[in-house]
Ligand binder design. Structure first.
Ligand SMILES: CC(C)(COP(=O)(O)OP(=O)(O)OC[C@H]1O[C@@H](n2cnc3c(N)ncnc32)[C@H](O)[C@@H]1OP(=O)(O)O)[C@@H](O)C(=O)NCCC(=O)NCCS
Length: 153
């Protein structure tokens, strides 16, 4: 368990948290992944999923995939009732630290151009836009590709 300065604990999610992940995904990411895909996320040793619980409810999650020295961020979400309290920054910064400890030298992500909240979050965390992928999403909108160099300690 990773202790945080805000008295919230960021924990590593595993297959026991499958139901909670599916439920938060439905509430925040419009069902990004189905049960089989979530199982893979939670079981594959090359993927990292972190979460924050309040009582027994998962209220924030962040997932990534470590490919050689690149940390590919694949999902981040905070329950609507718990937004704007710094939880996304908390879980994202823990993910970047964990990725770094596991050998990542840089982190990358794709975000929908219209997702201003996510873009503002990534800017605060030091991500820089590297390009645009046209009509990347099912709804035809463009994806912004961002990168961040990680400090090697
Ligand atoms: C994007 C999201 C994860 C942010 O979660 P959050 O816990 O509310 O974010 P935080 O409280 O940690 O905010 C960190 C920074 O992000 C930015 N931010 C967050 N919400 C914002 C909003 N609604 N509008 C503008 N900026 C916002 C701000 O810069 C904020 O810093 P500040 O509080 O010092 O101003 C959340 O809105 C969410 O789950 N959205 C739906 C899922 C999603 O779009 N995920 C990203 C794509 S996978």
């Amino acid at each position: 368990m990773l202790e945080t300065s805000q008295y919230k604990k960021v924990i590593i999610l595993n297959i026991k948290h499958l139901k909670e992940c599916l439920s938060l995904d439905q509430a925040t990411l419009k069902g990004l992944w189905n049960e089989e895909q979530w199982s893979k996320e939670l079981l594959d040793p090359g993927r990292i999923c972190l979460g924050i619980f309040e009582s027994k409810k998962l209220i924030a999650l962040c997932c990534s995939w470590l490919v050689l020295d690149e940390l590919h961020l694949t999902a981040i979400a905070v329950h609507p009732k718990h937004r704007k309290k710094g939880l996304a920054r908390l879980v994202l910064s823990e993910m970047l630290k964990k990725g770094e400890r596991q050998g990542a030298k840089q982190a990358t992500l794709e975000v929908e151009q219209s997702n201003l909240a996510a873009l503002a979050l990534y800017k605060k965390e030091g991500f820089i836009t590297a390009g645009i992928r046209k009509a990347y999403y099912k709804n035809g909108s463009d994806a912004v590709i961002q990168w961040k160099k990680l400090n090697q300690s």
